[in-house]
Ligand binder design. Structure first.
Ligand code: FPP
Length: 247
């Protein structure tokens, strides 16, 4: 089925997920299969980023969250880390005008203070440039780890309590969620992980509590908008009960 036929199906089939999160995995294997260095797998993965952003706009998704670089990824070989940082900068350079024209608000979530030089400048620029857009929020998780995000939230609440701004018994789920990077986003409805791996890898542990999971065998550089639309169609067949019984 062509992408536009899949899109037609989605439109008549059911509710569109408001928030789609993706663990983009398999760039290294894609490169190895072609006897190419790993950074070329990441480079090829950039066009899949473009595909899912455009696909999300076409389908009417409100928030797209992409896990682009984990805190653990800083431990990869220096050449791979610097290739990923250069790609991030290049992606922003190449795409920011188009993202702006399409009404995409870009946010970079994670320990951004570890980003340096040109990559940091590019991130700050695109976030400021697109801050007022409303059609799609693109959350790029960079230097991100969910446990660190949870610890940070606990620390922020503790600071509020210590300063007398918050009573301990006022800490509830909503107060906790308000201290996460994703405070103003709905929780993801659908999580896609590519390359067949069945792990959360320290991504959005709090936010994924009731999210539907879709594991795709496709390696990230081969993932296109048709694959996104197929995942959405699959999601539309799920029976979401949030721990309750069906009525
Ligand atoms: C996982 O594949 C992928 C990454 C660590 C990086 C993802 C980065 C991109 C898609 C490119 C740039 C992104 C943006 C937003 C500009 P892996 O290396 O773990 O693959 P493997 O498991 O096959 O080794």
């Amino acid at each position: 089925m062509s992408p536009s036929q899949l899109l037609d199906r989605i439109r008549v089939h059911g509710a569109i997920p408001r928030h789609v999160a993706i663990i983009m995995d398999g760039n290294g294997r894609w490169a190895r299969e072609r006897m190419l260095p790993r950074p070329l797998g990441h480079r090829s993965g950039m066009k899949s980023v473009r595909e899912v952003v455009e696909g999300s706009l076409e389908a009417g998704v409100e928030v797209l969250s992409l896990f682009a670089f984990s805190q653990e990824n800083w431990q990869r070989p220096r050449v791979e880390v610097s290739a990923l940082m250069s790609l991030l900068e290049e992606y922003i350079q190449r795409e920011s005008d188009e993202l702006q024209a399409q009404g995409v608000r870009v946010r970079v979530l994670g320990d951004v203070d570890r980003l340096q030089g040109a990559a940091r400048a590019a991130v700050d620029r695109v976030c400021a440039q697109t801050a007022h857009n409303t059609r799609l929020t693109l959350n790029l998780f960079i230097s991100y780890g969910s446990r660190a995000e949870l610890v940070r939230a606990a620390r922020l609440l503790a600071e509020d309590v210590a300063a007398g701004r918050l009573a301990p018994d006022a800490i509830d789920e909503a107060a906790f969620a308000a201290k996460l990077f994703t405070a103003d986003c709905p929780d993801p409805d659908l999580l896609i992980r590519t390359s067949g791996e069945q792990r959360l890898s320290n991504f959005l542990l709090w936010q994924l509590a009731y999210t539907e999971l879709f594991i795709s065998p496709v390696l990230w550089p081969d993932f296109g908008r048709s694959n996104l639309f197929e995942a959405i169609l699959d999601y539309q067949n799920r029976d979401r009960r949030f721990g309750r019984v069906a009525v």
